[in-house]
Design a protein around this ligand. Structure first.
Ligand code: ARG
Ligand code: ZN
Length: 876
């Protein structure tokens, strides 16, 4: 059952109002939905009302308060059809369903997590609560009444503003909420239970006071203060940057421990995976703090980009997600170091989205078909979607982009909009035709741009020849040329920027080349010396450059570029060929040859005190094993990649030992932990240096010392992972692992780090290790965070363990996926995507992977989620 964009049409009935009453019970919750509809003027006067359901049990249905004849309706678990309805006047349908929150292991709809009732309705979870037109273009105003046992559920929350509450007979109480903003059902939320509270207030730019409340498990309140701080900074930033003010009297966040994704932007009542709320220095790393800040911001920003303006249908998912990721990226860039943030974004984009875009799961940012919408919450929709928004901003420039956003908010507030509506706003303010640019939404695949340069001394011209291609992707064999904005600089031999007198060959602004044709030559005139071209600065376009620059040119960029991203990129471009060559040497059983240009450039950057420590730490994180695999493009042997990378890092570590030791001392501090970007950057550099020192000395001692004296989770978990990954099985490592386990025995989120550090220890023993850890009483296969920490880390982040040559890991993980699919299809489908690159493996491993995947494909009763992924992975 395929859903197609081309089939979109509005509903026959307009939903005017929704009144919901919940009588909460762990196993038998009664939901009464009073829905007021009228038939749309254009609609067929005989069309029945067809409502969505999913595993529902109907107890009764009333028409204008009167029980209706059984011939007038048909109810199944997944739909309710009502016939003979009025041609034009409004009518009321009252539906009562019975649901079992305790048995809801899918974590979609209303479920219980650790004794807390909570909901997840995006994308199609509301239909698991009641029969409903469960689609994002049906917007209505909701009133919600919640009745529950008072002692167990002192807290009764829903969207909007609190109307009132009171006692309700024997031990029960009720609360009523009203949300004045029309919304689609996917933004509905309900929470009930007993939780601790952190409170604050925010005064909006127009002077309205908003109550801010973050609910967490009792006793964890002190760990929610950073999230509160991030929330207030997000609210201020959205007012200052996008002119967006909050629009209710109260904004609530609830942290729950069982959650499929990161968080959810329900109107006025965001629900979070507690991993992205709870932090203190003892239990959270710098990366955790940064993630919390970003996700709190992301969900808050959805209030305008997602909630006030929502999506017409799920094909438009990037309209809210791509744009909101762009907004949260900009927020974090403003709060922290923009260049370091950008490097992190690009690393993530390449390692996840580029992989998706070149494999069997490739799909456009705005897809036109899906079998299971849950499988489209992807890095393509989110992160590439964000990059597309970023390109609009760079093509238009800051001011016109701001005008376009203002127009979008003004024109579409209250709408369920489309990507076309969004793009039109930027076309209107800029008078640019953005139809070619819009291919970014419709064509899947990462463009490859081939670059060659030519300098003519006599004519003083510099020619840049560009050619673009996009490989075929599933369902899209032929591609058209795209509009690719490439930021550039021309560098002189002394590193200074050269400003050419003029340029021809296409649209060129001060620092942007607009590549719009399949092949195009840009000529710069008045260039006094042979320049070095720095192209795609700050990663202005999400493309792959095929540009062979000499080591000297790359070294010059690495040394002088004013754009730090480009300096990092030049180092990466120096390193990748060396690493790939090393892999070949390992596979040919030859010694790995080292490269001085790489070493020199890298160590010069690392030793440069004028550069921010966080940037230097990024430079030290050489391309990952996955980066090397991507660069190789096929016939992947993960063991060879691991060995080559390790040898090259060892060589750099030995060459730079004095520098690394110096940094260890220089970056050490006795100051109390603070999570700000500057302090985090110093820790990052210190910890990167520690890893190099330990590898140069081939001695666990310094890592064990660092573990012993760590006073924060960043240092503690980093030293633990150095021990575990480089010295597995030693007494030092065993002691640290068991110390960590007992120290954090009561903190599941911290034990997740313990699970994932062990799950990513390289080598084929990884399989035995994760099998043992799955038996640990601390593991819980029903909790998504535990599953991701252990099985997810192994499958996604342990190439040598997961891809062991005998294929044994594939069998174990696929068996686990099948077991998880019975409880939680979304989680199972997500885990399965770890095998999306199986065809790129060397033949023996690829054969084993295919066999394991075939077992899944042949299993009975697969969920729609897993069926969709397995079909695409195996056939494409
Ligand atoms: N809208 C949420 C966010 O990105 C993600 C919810 C996804 N849920 C799902 N079941 N696929 O902020
Ligand atoms: Zn989102």
């Amino acid at each position: 059952q395929v859903t197609s964009l081309a089939d979109y049409r509005p509903t026959d009935f307009v939903l005017e109002r929704v009144d919901l009453t919940f009588e909460l019970d762990p196993t038998e919750t009664k939901v009464e939905a009073r829905l007021i509809f009228h038939r749309r003027e254009e609609a067929n006067p005989n069309a029945p009302l067809v409502l969505d359901g999913d595993e529902l049990v109907l107890s009764s249905v009333l028409f204008d308060q009167i029980e209706i004849d059984s011939e007038r309706y048909t109810a199944t678990p997944d739909s309710l059809t009502i016939r003979d309805l009025p041609a034009s006047e409004p009518f009321e349908i009252t539906i009562t369903t019975l649901i079992n929150p305790e048995a809801n292991t899918q974590l979609m709809g209303l479920y219980r997590s650790n004794g807390i009732y909570c909901t997840q309705c995006e994308a199609e979870g509301f239909r698991r609560i009641t029969y409903f037109p469960d689609r994002p273009d049906v917007l209505a105003v909701y009133t919600v009444n919640i009745i529950a046992d008072k002692a167990a559920n002192p807290l009764l929350l829903s969207n909007g503003n609190f109307l009132g509450g009171a006692g309700y007979g024997e031990g029960k109480h009720f609360a009523a909420w009203f949300d004045p903003h029309p919304k689609p059902s996917y933004l509905f939320a309900l929470v009930a239970g007993d939780l601790g509270l952190v409170e604050d207030t925010f005064t909006t730019v127009s002077g309205r006071e908003v109550a801010l409340k973050i609910y967490v498990e009792h006793g964890k309140e002190p760990r929610a203060t950073y999230a509160m701080d991030a929330l207030k900074r997000s609210m201020t930033w959205d007012e200052e940057t996008f002119g967006r003010e909050y629009d209710l009297d109260i904004f609530m966040i609830v942290a729950v421990s069982d959650f499929n994704m990161g968080a959810m932007e329900n109107k006025g009542l965001n629900i979070f995976n507690d991993k992205y709320v709870l932090a203190d220095p003892e239990t959270a790393t710098d990366a955790d703090y940064a993630n919390i800040e970003a996700i709190i911001a992301h969900e808050y920003f959805h209030n305008w980009t997602g909630n006030r303006i929502t999506c017409r249908d799920w094909f438009q998912l990037c309209l809210k997600e791509g744009l909101t990721v762009y907004r949260d990226h900009e927020f974090s860039a403003d709060q922290r170091s923009r260049a370091v943030k950008r490097i992190g974004e690009v690393r993530h984009l390449r390692s996840e989205q580029f992989v998706e875009d070149s494999g069997p799961l490739a799909h456009p940012v705005r897809p036109s078909q899906y079998k299971e919408i849950n499988n489209f919450y992807t890095t393509t929709v989110y992160e590439k979607g964000s990059e597309v928004t970023r390109m609009i901003a760079s093509i238009l420039g800051k001011d016109l982009f701001k005008q376009g956003m203002d127009l979008y908010f003004e024109r579409h507030d209250g709408d369920a909009a489309t990507v076309e509506d969004f793009v039109q706003c930027f076309a209107d303010v800029s008078n640019r035709n953005l139809s070619q640019f819009s291919l970014w939404y419709h064509q899947a695949g990462t463009p490859h741009v081939t670059v060659s340069c030519d300098y003519d001394t006599n004519a003083q011209t510099f020619t840049v020849k560009l050619a673009q291609t996009i490989a075929a992707t599933p369902g899209q064999p032929d591609k058209k040329p795209m509009h690719i904005p490439l930021s550039f600089a021309l560098l002189a031999n002394d590193g200074a920027m050269i400003a050419p007198a003029s340029a021809s060959g296409g649209e060129v602004s001060e620092n942007l080349l607009h590549l719009t044709e399949a092949a195009q030559s840009f000529v710069f005139h008045g260039v006094p010396e042979r320049p070095v071209l720095s192209l795609n600065r700050s990663f202005s376009a999400p493309v792959i450059l095929n540009f062979t620059q000499s080591s000297d040119d790359l070294a010059l960029i690495a040394r002088y570029e004013s754009d730090l991203f480009s300096r990092w990129q030049a180092l990466t471009d120096l390193a990748l060929p060396v690493l790939c060559e090393g892999v070949k040497q390992v596979r040919a059983a030859q010694p790995v040859l080292f490269n001085d240009a790489l070493k020199r450039s890298l160590l010069a950057i690392v030793a440069d005190d004028t550069l921010e420590p966080a940037f230097r730490a990024q430079a030290l994180a050489l391309p990952s094993e996955a980066d090397i695999a991507r660069e190789l493009g096929g016939d992947i042997d993960p063991d060879a990649i691991y060995a080559a990378r390790k040898a090259i890092i060892h060589d750099i570590a030995v060459a730079g030992l004095d520098i690394f030791k110096g940094l260890l001392a220089q970056m050490a501090t006795d100051a109390a932990y603070t999570p700000d970007a500057k302090a985090a950057g110093q820790r990052a550099l210190k910890n990167a240096a520690l890893a190099y020192v330990v590898q140069a000395e081939n001695d666990p001692l310094k890592a064990a010392e660092a573990y012993a004296k760590a006073n924060n989770m960043t240092d503690l978990s980093h030293s633990l992972s150095i021990l575990a990954h480089h010295f597995p099985g030693t007494t030092e490592t065993k002691a640290a692992l068991s110390d960590f386990e007992s120290r954090f025995a009561n903190n599941a989120l911290v034990l997740d780090k313990w699970f994932s550090i062990q799950a990513t220890i390289p080598g084929e023993d990884g399989l035995v290790r994760i099998k043992t850890l799955m038996q640990s009483p601390k593991f819980n296969a029903a909790n998504p965070n535990r599953v991701r920490a252990l099985i997810g880390s192994f499958a996604f982040a342990n190439p040598t363990g997961f891809h062991r040559a005998d294929g044994a890991s594939y069998s174990v993980v696929t068996e686990e996926i099948l077991a998880i699919d019975k409880r939680n299809p979304q989680l199972a489908a997500r885990l399965l995507t770890s095998m999306r690159t199986w065809k790129l493996l060397e033949p023996q491993r690829a054969g084993k992977a295919r066999a394991a995947l075939t077992t899944i494909a042949n299993a009975n009763d697969l969920s729609n989620d897993v069926r969709d992924i397995i079909d695409r992975i195996l056939t494409a």
